[in-house]
Unconditional design. Structure first.
Length: 317
C-alpha cells in the first residue's frame, strides 16, 4: 500500500524563540521585538533568523498574533500622544497649567488667561493695587463733567448753556512691573442758579500714565449768545478722546424752550436742560452721569450738576 506523508496535521508550539534552534514550517514561537511581544508561525526551514526586526517579519516567519505596545504612562494624569515614531508619554502638568502645542509635540505651560476682573474708582483719591497673576490692564479714565449754567433772569425766559463732558483716555498697560498706582478721579461741577456760569469738572488721572481734563462751562442765560461748555481733553492714552460740548441756551426766548443739554461723556449720560414755564423732568434728570455735563437752568432754577469722573481698570491674566 502506498504511503502518503501528510506532514504536520497541527501546529507545534516551540515556546520562546531561541537563535540556535532549527525551526521547520508550522512551528510556532513567541518573540519580543522592540518591546512588543507577538506570536509567529514558521513558513520555511530556518535557523538563527529572528522572526521579526523593527516590526517587519523575516521571510521565513509570519505573524500569527501581533502584539501591541504597552501604555507609556506611569502616573495618574499622564497623557499619551503620538511622538516621532511611536506613542509617547506627556507627564502630568502642575496645578493651573494648560496644555499648549509646541513646535511638534504638546507641552504644559502657564495659563495666559484672558479677562479676569475689574476695579472701578469714583470721585476722590485712591490707590490701585494689582491682584496676583495679572499681566495686563486696560484703563479707561474719564474726567468729570461741568455743570450747566444759570438762567439769570426773574422776569424773562432765559436758559443757561449745558456743561461740557470730561475727556477720556484709554490705555492698555503691561502690568508685570506694576504693583500700585495712584488714581485721581475728578468731582463734577456743582449746579448753579442766577447769573452764574456754572463750575468746571475736575480732572482724572491714572498715575503718570495718562490723564483727562474735566468739562468746561457755558454762559448764563442773560449773557447774550448762550453757548455750552467745551468738552474736556485727554493725553497719554493709546486713545485720547474729548468730551462732547454742552448744548446752547437762549436769552429772553420762548417759554417752550429749555436750557442747553449737558455734553455726553464716553459713557453717555448728559443731563437734560431745565424747561421753561415750570416744565421739566426733575432735578436728577438735569444732572450729568459718569463724567457727562449738567443741563442748563431756566430763569431762577438751578442747573444740573456735572457727573463725577470715572476710572475703570479691566484686568487680564
Amino acid at each position: 500500500m502506498a504511503t502518503i506523508d501528510l506532514g504536520k496535521i497541527k501546529m507545534v508550539w516551540r515556546g520562546t524563540y531561541a537563535g540556535g534552534t532549527a525551526y521547520v514550517p508550522d512551528d510556532v514561537v513567541e518573540y519580543t521585538d522592540t518591546a512588543i511581544t507577538s506570536s509567529y508561525i514558521c513558513t520555511a526551514n530556518t535557523t538563527g533568523n529572528a522572526p521579526s526586526s523593527g516590526g517587519t517579519a523575516h521571510a521565513s516567519w509570519a505573524y500569527m498574533a501581533k502584539g501591541a505596545a504597552g501604555s507609556p504612562t506611569t502616573t495618574r494624569g499622564d497623557i499619551i500622544y503620538r511622538g516621532a515614531s511611536a506613542d509617547a508619554r506627556l507627564a502630568k502638568g502642575s496645578a493651573g497649567q494648560v496644555l499648549k502645542m509646541g513646535a511638534n509635540d504638546p507641552e504644559w505651560g502657564a495659563d495666559i488667561g484672558g479677562f479676569n476682573s475689574i476695579q472701578t474708582f469714583g470721585a476722590g483719591s485712591h490707590t490701585y493695587t494689582k491682584p496676583a497673576g495679572i499681566t495686563k490692564i486696560k484703563v479707561t479714565c474719564t474726567g468729570a463733567g461741568g455743570s450747566g449754567s444759570g438762567g439769570a433772569s426773574t422776569s424773562s425766559l432765559d436758559f443757561g448753556g449745558g456743561g461740557g463732558a470730561g475727556g477720556t483716555a484709554i490705555e492698555v498697560l503691561d502690568a508685570t512691573s506694576i504693583n500700585t498706582v495712584s488714581v485721581t478721579v475728578g468731582t463734577g461741577g456743582a449746579g448753579v442758579s442766577g447769573s452764574n456760569n456754572g463750575n468746571a469738572g475736575g480732572a482724572s488721572s491714572f498715575g503718570s500714565y495718562h490723564s483727562a481734563t474735566g468739562g468746561g462751562i457755558g454762559r448764563h442765560g442773560n449773557a447774550g449768545y448762550i453757548i455750552g461748555g467745551s468738552g474736556g481733553t485727554s493725553t497719554g492714552g493709546n486713545i485720547n478722546m474729548s468730551g462732547q460740548a454742552g448744548g446752547y441756551g437762549s436769552d429772553n426766548a420762548n417759554m417752550h424752550l429749555a436750557g442747553g443739554v449737558g455734553g455726553a461723556s464716553y459713557w453717555g449720560g448728559g443731563g437734560l436742560g431745565e424747561a421753561g414755564n415750570g416744565h421739566g423732568a426733575g432735578a436728577s434728570a438735569n444732572d450729568g452721569k459718569y463724567g457727562a455735563g449738567g443741563g442748563g437752568a431756566c430763569n431762577t432754577g438751578t442747573s444740573g450738576a456735572g457727573g463725577d469722573g470715572f476710572v475703570l481698570v479691566e484686568e487680564f491674566k
